[in-house]
Design a protein around this ligand. Sequence first.
Ligand code: MUC
Ligand code: MG
Length: 367
Amino acid sequence: MKIAKVEAIPFAIPYAKPLRFASGEVRTAEHVLVRVHTDEGVVGTAEAPPRPFTYGETQESIIAVIQKVFAPQILGLSPLSREVVHQRLDRTVGNPTAKAAIDMALWDILGQYAAMPVSGLLGGYSDGMRVSHMVGFAPVDEMVAEAGRIRGTYGITTFKVKVGRRPYTDDVVACRALREALGPDVSLYIDGNRGWTPSEAARALREMEDLDLTFAEELCPADDVLGRRWLVARSPLPFIADESATKPAEVTRELLGGSATAISIKTARTGFTASQRVLHECVGLGVEVVMGNQIDGQIGTLCTVAFGAAHLASARHPGELSNFLDMTDDLLSEPLTIEGGTLRVREGNGLGIQIDSDKLARYRQDR
Ligand code: MUC
Ligand code: MG
C-alpha cells in the first residue's frame, strides 16, 4: 500500500461565540481538511487549524506547504513508514499543524487497514475522557453564566479560565466570581497565553491563592527566560507549558530549564506520533500532562480524545474537548456529543471520521 494523493481543502465555519484570549481571538474556524489517499482506496482524514498567533501558520501557508513541499516528499511511501515520512517532513522547519494532520491521517489509514480503532492501537486505556471547558474573555457575569450553562447542559465540572489581561486584577475578579458561583466541587485552572509579566503573574497567583486552582498555564512568555524560571520556582501550582513546548525538544528545554512543571499535549500540533514521544518523555520524567485544545473543530476533537483516552497519563485529567460547542456547524456526518461531562472515543475502524459531503460542499472555500 502506497500514499497516492494528499488533499488540503480549505473550509470556513463561523463560531456562534468567538473565543477571546490574551494572544488573540477566533471568530471563524478557517481550517484545512487533510485527506491522505492510498493506491488501495483507503483514505485517512484529519484537520489542521491555522493559529498564526501561536505557530505562524495560516490557512494559505498550510495548503501551500502540503501541496508544494510535503505531498511530493511522501507520495509513493508506505503509510507504515512513519519514521521515513517524518524524516522527510522534518526537513522543513515549523508548520506543526500541517505535519500533525498528515501524521494523524496516516494513523487513520493504518486503523482502517488493520480494521482496528486508532485509540486502541495507541494504547486503548479507556473509551472516553472527562471534558474541561475553556472560558474566554467576556464581562464577568457572562463568563459565570457560560460556565453555569455548560455545567448544566453537559455535566462538565472542570473549567480552564483565560487570563493574562491588564490590569491582572480583572482576571482575579473573574476567577473569584467563577469560584463563588460554581462552588468548591468544580475544578478551575488558568491560562495566560503569555499575557502577563512574571511579576504580574506572581501577584495574580498570590491574590488567587484561596481559589483552589489546579494548574497555571503560560502566564508569561517562556522567552522571558529568567523571569519565567523565577515565577515557576515560586508557583504554588504545577505550571503548564503549552505554546512554549510544541515538540519533544522544546518540552525537554522548558522542563529541564525550570520554565515549566507540566505539559499540555495538543494532537493538532504533534499528531499522534510526536504526541506519544512527548507523553512518554513526561511519564519518564514524572511530569503531569493535560490534553489541550487548539480551538479544534469536531475532527480535531475526535483526534484529541482518541489519543487522550488511549493512555493512563493523558486520561488522568479532564481533556480540553469542548471548543467545538461554540461553532455553528461542523463537517462530521454524526456530530460529537458530550454527556455527563464525558466525550467518548468514536467506535469503528481508524478514527471513525465520516465527513458529511453536503456540509463539505457548503463550507469548502476552494470551489
Ligand atoms: C490554549 O490552550 O492556549 C489559544 C491559543 C492557542 O494556541 O491555543 C488556544 C488555547
Ligand atoms: Mg494554552
